[in-house]
Every structure is written in structure tokens, then in C-alpha cells.
Write a protein that binds this ligand. Structure first.
Ligand SMILES: [Zn+2]
Ligand SMILES: [Zn+2]
Length: 428
């Protein structure tokens, strides 16, 4: 390399270092990283800036951050945690709605597959999530009940899980039979919890009520009344729910064909969540159903958008909420056109994590901002764990264990040093 080239390089280096020093000097007084003189605000501007709150007050937030907004004493919050279809997809879990009340009570209506992780995203200690109302026994309305039952114990629920659901035409089609089946299918799992977890949350209690009951009270505690009305869906044994508290009413259809009970008993409710199934055309175009079956499924087994709109026009809730369809940019216009053909009132077309704050004065609709990396919340009462190191292995299985005492010793020693404990490696 020539001397000239070398001196050019040296000059460049000097210029670069000087530039960096200038930038560093500039930034020193501006830790927010903004650039130099632009921030030399006039005293008036500085005073105005100081008055501006960097964080919007809670009531003005554009999104809902779970775990950060206390409910007002007269307020109801409804969160859509599953708004999709039986076909599973990342964007929408199957049916699940959470209702939270200003008195501290919380209720889950349906718990379809995929909804359990969305329930966890609400950052509510599991002790509060011990009441589930199931409208009918399709998997897209109860598929994650097992996850809430066993997973809830592991995530710190210390109270029994209570489930309400309809009877069937015979005992084998009722909720109690279904829950007994869940207990059988997770017998191994439930047994392994003993000695590991606080198993007070392992109790699973069922209240089965008559699916034919009309406006019958199935729950009444702490100023909250929940009633059931019959629903018409595929075969006998489906119901819808109406929750009433503090002068506010929430109605939830689960799945149903338009029916006289819904029309009679949900008139003027504050928030009316009713299925608005994918239109026959969408079932044909996107789901590839045979034409006659697309019509039958959307408008006979379920309630299609035009029928949903008609029901809302007849019942006039303060807010109509349609769910049970895949809510995408290309399907929503078709769904909406159907609803708007028969209904011109207040409407929200639900998708997962849509949040409704309901008071006597207003109903506010927002989306929740979700923390994907959520960890379990702490229980509301101290855990009663009786850890047992005892195992239940046969000699055959136990004889296969590779004990590796030197590695165990390292683990125990490191743990004890870090935590100031004095545990000893168990003997084989
Ligand atoms: Zn169903
Ligand atoms: Zn369904």
C-alpha cells in the first residue's frame, strides 16, 4: 500500500473518530436517544410537554392489557376467548367466553378446544376460574375442559372445578356422563398429581340440570343469577344461558337454531352473544362442503348471518355480538352483508381477544394486547403441598434407572449454594 493511501486511511479514521465523538457528546445530554438540537425546546414547550402524560389513563386506553385494569364496582367485562369453528386454527380457538363482574366473580361459558391458553393469557389466578357453564357437549364447546381441570391444578388452582351442563334424553347423553368419562380418561394423569401438587383443585364437581328448563335458575350466588333456556342444535340436550347481575344482563347462545325461547327471554339484554355461523356460501367456497350440506349446516343446524340479524332485530340488545365463524378479511364482508340485510343495530363481529366493558352508561369494545410469554399466576391461598419422594414404580421399571450420582451431586450442590439450602441427594 502506498504512503498516500495510508495517509488517506489515517485521515478517514480521524474523521470517523471525531464524528463518533461528536455524536456521543450530543447523546450525552439526551438519554432518550433523540437527536441533538431538535430537542432544544423553548421553556413554554418544555412546560407543555411536562403536562402531557406519557401513559394514557386507563379509561382512554385503546387496547386492554390483562391484569392491569380493575373493574368498576358496577362494571361487567366480557372477553371473547374462543370465537371460531370446530376446525382448529391458530387465530381462533373454539367457543369460550369469560364474564368478569365488579363483585370479583368470574364465569366461563363454554371451553372449546384451543381456549385454555387464551384463558391463561387473561392473567387471572386459577382460583378465580373455577366455574364453567357448558351449553352442549360438542368438542368445540368443551374440548379444553380437561386442560382446565388438570392444567388448572398444575397452574395453582386450589379450589374444586365446578361445571354446570345440561342433561340429555338419556343419562349417557348428559353432562355428568361426559365428566365421568373425562375422569376415566385422565385417571392416570390425576393419580400422578398426588404427592406432587396441592390436589384440593383436583375435585371436579358437576351440576347437571334439565335441558328442557325454560328460564330456569341453575345458579344463584353472591347476587348473580344464571338461567338456562333450551336451544335447538342437532339433537335434544343443548341450552343457552342468561346471566343477570346488578341490573346488567349477558346472554350466551352456545349453538342454536333461531328459537322462541331466545327471542322471548333475551329481549333488551345488555350484551347478546349469539352464534352467527359461517354463511352457506362460505361453507361452500372455503370449506368445500356439498351445496345442500352447506345450506343445512349453516342455516338449519346453526344460525346463519341473515338469521342472526333477524334475531337481533327482534330482541334489540344494547350490543349484538356474532361469533362461531372464521373472521378474516375475505369472510367478514360476506358475513356482515348477511347480518346487515336484517339488522341495523349496534354490532360487534367477534374474534379472539375482543373485550367488552359493559356499564349502564356505555359498552366499550376493544382488543386485548396479549403477552405470549405468560407464566402461571400465584394462587389466592397458600398451597398445601405434601411432596412425596416416594415412587410407584415396579422393580422392573426402577431397575432401568441410570442414577448418575456424580451428576445429581453437582445439581444438588449448585442448587444449595445458590439458594442457601441444605438438601441431600436422595438415595437410589
Ligand atoms: Zn355444536
Ligand atoms: Zn359449535
Amino acid at each position: 500500500m502506498s504512503k498516500i493511501a495510508n495517509s488517506k486511511l489515517a485521515l478517514l479514521a480521524i474523521v470517523a473518530v471525531a464524528a463518533l465523538a461528536m455524536v456521543a457528546g450530543y447523546m450525552k445530554g439526551h438519554h432518550d436517544g433523540s437527536v441533538g438540537r431538535i430537542l432544544q425546546l423553548s421553556p413554554e414547550a418544555q412546560a407543555a410537554k411536562a403536562k402531557m402524560s406519557p401513559v394514557k389513563p386507563l379509561e382512554n386506553r385503546d387496547v386492554y392489557y390483562p391484569g392491569t385494569e380493575p373493574l368498576g364496582p358496577d362494571e361487567m367485562r366480557v372477553v371473547a376467548l374462543g370465537t371460531g369453528m370446530p376446525s382448529f386454527r391458530p387465530k381462533q380457538a373454539a367457543a369460550c367466553f369469560l364474564v368478569e363482574l365488579g363483585n370479583g366473580d368470574k364465569f366461563l361459558f363454554d371451553i372449546g378446544q384451543g381456549s385454555a391458553s387464551r384463558i391463561a393469557a387473561m392473567k387471572i389466578p386459577m382460583d378465580y376460574l373455577d366455574k364453567v357453564f357448558i351449553g352442549h357437549l360438542h368438542v368445540d364447546h368443551m374440548g379444553d375442559l380437561a386442560a382446565l381441570w388438570i392444567g388448572g391444578v398444575k397452574m395453582n388452582r386450589t379450589y374444586p372445578l365446578r361445571v354446570w351442563g345440561p342433561s340429555g334424553t338419556t343419562p349417557e347423553f348428559g353432562t355428568k356422563y361426559a365428566i365421568d368419562g373425562i375422569k376415566r380418561y385422565l385417571n392416570w394423569d390425576a393419580t400422578t398429581l398426588k404427592g406432587l401438587m396441592d390436589i384440593r383443585g383436583e375435585r371436579l364437581e358437576v351440576t347437571e340440570f334439565d335441558y328442557k328448563g325454560v328460564n330456569q335458575i341453575i345458579y344463584q350466588e353472591n347476587g348473580v343469577t344464571i338461567r338456562s333456556i333450551p336451544a335447538i342444535h342437532v339433537m335434544d340436550g343443548s341450552v343457552s344461558f342468561i346471566l343477570e347481575w346488578n341490573g346488567l344482563k349477558f346472554a350466551y347462545s352456545s349453538d342454536t337454531f333461531p328459537n322462541k325461547w331466545w327471542i322471548k327471554y333475551t329481549k333488551g339484554v345488555d350484551i347478546s352473544v349469539h352464534e352467527c355461523f359461517s354463511s352457506p356460501q362460505i361453507m361452500l367456497d372455503k370449506m368445500n362442503y356439498r351445496p345442500e350440506w352447506a345450506l343445512n349446516l349453516s342455516a338449519i343446524k346453526h344460525t346463519s348471518p341473515k338469521q342472526f340479524g333477524k334475531i337481533m332485530a327482534m330482541t334489540r340488545p344494547r350490543l349484538a355480538v356474532g361469533y362461531h365463524f372464521f373472521n378474516d378479511h375475505d369472510t367478514l364482508p360476506e358475513q356482515l352483508a348477511g347480518v346487515r340485510a336484517t339488522y341495523d343495530g349496534p354490532l360487534a363481529m367477534a374474534t379472539d381477544y375482543m373485550v367488552f366493558n359493559v356499564t349502564k352508561d356505555a359498552i366499550r369494545v376493544r382488543m386485548a394486547a396479549i403477552d405470549q410469554e405468560i407464566w402461571p399466576m400465584q394462587p389466592t391461598r397458600a398451597k398445601e403441598t405434601t411432596p412425596s419422594m416416594a415412587d410407584n414404580f415396579s422393580d422392573f421399571i426402577k431397575g432401568g434407572s441410570e442414577w448418575m450420582p456424580e451428576v445429581l451431586k453437582q445439581i444438588w450442590t449448585a442448587f444449595n449454594e445458590r439458594n442457601g439450602t441444605n438438601f441431600e441427594v436422595p438415595s437410589k
